[in-house]
Design a protein around this ligand. Structure first.
Ligand SMILES: [Mg+2]
Ligand SMILES: [Zn+2]
Length: 179
């Protein structure tokens, strides 16, 4: 079995790209990367982290978009990060609605578990960055260090940061201190 890897789980909307309030990102045309995120992901990769996107997309369940639409958006995201020298090839998507009782919709931890099945995760050495309390709760359910961006939290995250680049600075500072 391969050695478990330290991993940074990244929520998508509001962390990597601009969140569309009250609606979904249904196509690449609606997808707008936030400042500095591609470089920030590349810095995590250089520090040895596997970087994995974990995203709830209930717009699929309600027919607002298809899984193929979501995949097209992720190709754009992947290409942008690659151009900055980083790697964002793993996307775990919950396509279910709130009332479906699935194991993967955050705050449940099923998307993190899917990543662990694909290649084992060293959860104790891993992080989750999200802009919603449901993200933070999913991370806490697997014991990863949690960082809440873009505002306060009721979910008792380990750290608060203004945005993804600031969250990555926290991780890299800790990584240096640990090694
Ligand atoms: Mg979000
Ligand atoms: Zn689900």
């Amino acid at each position: 079995m391969p050695t478990p890897r330290k991993t940074v789980f990244l929520d998508r909307d509001g962390v990597l790209n601009r969140r569309i309030l009250g609606d979904y990102v249904t196509s690449p045309a609606e997808f707008q990367l936030l400042d500095g995120v591609c470089r920030a992901v590349a810095a995590l990769n250089r520090a040895g982290y596997r970087t994995v996107v974990v995203t709830n997309q209930r717009g699929i369940a309600i027919g607002r978009m298809t899984r193929a639409d979501v995949d097209r958006v992720h190709e754009v995201l992947s290409t942008g990060v690659s151009a900055a020298g980083g790697c964002l090839d793993e996307f775990y998507v919950c396509p279910h609605d709130r009332d479906e009782g699935c194991a993967c919709r955050k705050p449940r931890a099923g998307l993190l578990d899917q990543a662990d099945v694909s290649a084992p995760v060293d959860f104790a050495a891993s992080f989750l960055i999200g802009d919603s309390d449901s993200d933070i709760l999913a991370g806490k359910a697997r014991g990863v260090t949690t960082i809440k961006v873009a505002g306060p939290s009721q979910a008792d995250p380990d750290h608060l940061a203004e945005d993804l680049p600031a969250a990555v600075d926290i991780i890299l500072a800790r990584n240096t201190a640990d090694s």
